[in-house]
Design a protein around this ligand. Structure first.
Ligand code: AMP
Length: 197
């Protein structure tokens, strides 16, 4: 089967909703490139780049990294692609990022196709994040430095304040699809596929 040249999916949902895992699978099955800004930023921190040193305190505290940094990262990432077949995981997180992404995508002739919103109740989100932190420690690693209960709660607040407005933004453009994010990985994945039909 030939794939259409461009496809743009934006995964929205609070931290701990399972965006990363679901996006990974969708990317593999639909030949899309997953762009996770959290992964890109953490990689800078691990490598100790200048940017990494600058943003580490923000990541540790669960605060958003400034919009101009994110926009420059995404602009670079999209610049070296041929067809734009992407899933964004963790981007955009603010209205300014969403607007700038629209400008970029317009330049590339690749408009947004789908915006699944993974919905999971707050308390379950905190539980999942704290469990992920404990599991990483049990596996002998240090895990994500922001997977503690206190930082997890702060990240939920940041989501409500800064990212929730994007729900209206994409809803107004007719792209938003609500997806129940409670259930097994399989169940949620099936719902995501259905929402994109
Ligand atoms: P994530 O892995 O998506 O939960 O992101 C981890 C952390 O990276 C966030 O808590 C922010 O500090 C930072 N980050 C990731 N994506 C963005 C973004 N689009 N805008 C601002 N900060 C971000």
């Amino acid at each position: 089967m030939t794939q259409p040249k461009n496809k743009v999916v934006i995964f929205l949902g609070p931290p701990g909703a399972g965006k990363g895992t679901q996006a990974e699978r969708l990317a593999a099955e639909q030949h899309l490139v997953k762009i996770s800004t959290g992964d890109i930023l953490r990689d800078h921190v691990v490598r100790g780049t200048e940017l990494g040193q600058q943003i580490k305190p923000m990541l540790d505290a669960g605060k958003l990294v400034p919009d101009d940094i994110l926009i420059a990262l995404i602009r670079d990432r999209l610049a070296d692609m041929e067809g734009v077949r992407v899933i964004f995981d963790g981007f955009p997180r603010t209205r300014a990022q969403a607007e700038e992404l629209d400008v970029l995508l317009e330049e590339l002739g690749a408009p947004v196709d789908h915006v699944p919103l993974l919905e999971v109740p707050d308390e379950l989100l905190i539980e999942r994040i704290v469990a992920r932190g404990r599991q990483a420690a049990a596996d002998g690693g240090t895990g994500r430095s922001d997977d503690t209960e206190e930082v997890a709660r702060h990240r939920q607040d940041v989501f409500r304040e800064q990212t929730q407005p994007l729900i209206d933004y994409y809803s107004a453009r007719g792209h938003l699809e609500h997806v129940d994010g409670v259930g097994s990985m399989e169940e949620v994945y099936a719902r995501i596929l259905k929402s994109m039909k």
